[in-house]
Design a protein around this ligand. Structure first.
Ligand SMILES: [Zn+2]
Length: 117
């Protein structure tokens, strides 16, 4: 790895570190959106089935695949969410603290930590 690769890797990892509270609320919003879409898709499948009860139901099967994709996405976001649970991340140095760490400032670099949800 050259020096420029190293610099890129460092700046990338810094920009990826947000506060865990912001990441958590962002993930929750995305999961809620996918869940709403699944409900809409379920209705659409029911409607299509009703309209062509003797058809081949190819359109409904496509929509079922869409739901499967969304369910997989939700599952992986749920995994990310649980890995963030109970952790406070310093936005400055990336240090991770258990949520039992209730101080307002990072114990590593002294930056003010974001409030928990
Ligand atoms: Zn810090």
């Amino acid at each position: 790895m050259g020096i420029f690769d190293k610099v890129n890797a460092v700046s990338r990892s810094v920009s990826e570190i947000g506060s865990s509270a912001a990441e958590t609320s962002n993930l929750k919003k995305k999961i809620a959106y996918e869940q709403e879409r699944i409900v809409e898709l379920m209705q659409e499948i029911g409607q299509k089935f009703y309209e062509s009860q003797d058809g081949d139901h190819a359109a409904e099967k496509e929509l079922c695949k869409d739901i499967d994709d969304r369910k997989r996405r939700i599952a992986s976001m749920m995994g990310e969410l649980s890995s963030l649970k109970g952790i406070r991340i310093c936005g400055q140095c990336g240090a991770r603290f258990d949520e039992k760490y209730t101080f307002g400032f990072c114990g590593n670099c002294g930056t003010k930590l974001a409030d928990m949800d």
